[in-house]
Design a protein around this ligand. Structure first.
Ligand code: AMP
Length: 162
């Protein structure tokens, strides 16, 4: 579904992410095979996700073309969030399968901008990514508003083009 708003064509198509529907306002980048979107419960500001458009549960199920596309776009998204959030490094992670902490059964790359001293220990970020709902702090327990996510996605979309 395409809408004409102020003379511009805005794609209103949402994309599937496992059992979730990711609204167009959360998506800041799309290629033919993958898409990048802002996280509803980020571990730090700028924690975003990149996923294949096809609903594939495990990394082993991706085609070579999908892997190439997913990682080329992850590389680009990584550079963008580093710039957007004044970070100096990036954690890139895939929890592949239930016993590795995967909760959404749709392959996705976590991209987390990092900077000096952001966590007590470097690897604490993995605990945060893994934290189950019940142990989330009050800020994270509340899912972000559509408007909040929309603003971040617009900002990242603009940065990606620079
Ligand atoms: P994992 O535990 O590796 O499967 O990661 C799932 C990720 O998806 C977490 O970072 C969640 O915050 C994120 N997530 C779940 N539902 C949504 C949603 N509707 N929109 C954006 N991110 C989501």
């Amino acid at each position: 579904l395409d809408l004409y708003t102020f003379g511009q064509v805005i794609s209103m198509a949402s994309l599937r992410f496992g059992q979730h529907l990711i609204t167009s306002s959360q998506i800041f980048f799309q290629s033919s095979l993958s898409f990048a979107f802002v996280n509803i419960r980020p571990v730090v500001l700028g924690h975003v996700l990149v996923a294949p458009k096809r609903l594939v549960k495990r990394f082993a199920g991706l085609t070579q073309e999908e892997i190439t596309d997913l990682f080329i776009n992850s590389q680009r998204v990584c550079a963008t969030v580093e710039r957007a959030y004044n970070a100096t490094s990036c954690t890139i992670a895939i929890q592949d399968g239930h016993d590795a902490g995967q909760t959404v059964e749709h392959v996705h790359v976590h991209i987390v901008p990092r900077r000096s001293g952001d966590f007590k220990r470097y690897d604490d970020v993995y605990d945060k990514i893994n934290e189950c709902e019940s142990s989330l702090d009050s800020w994270q327990r509340t899912a972000r508003s559509e408007q909040d996510m929309n603003e971040e996605a617009s900002h990242l979309a603009a940065m990606l083009k620079q």
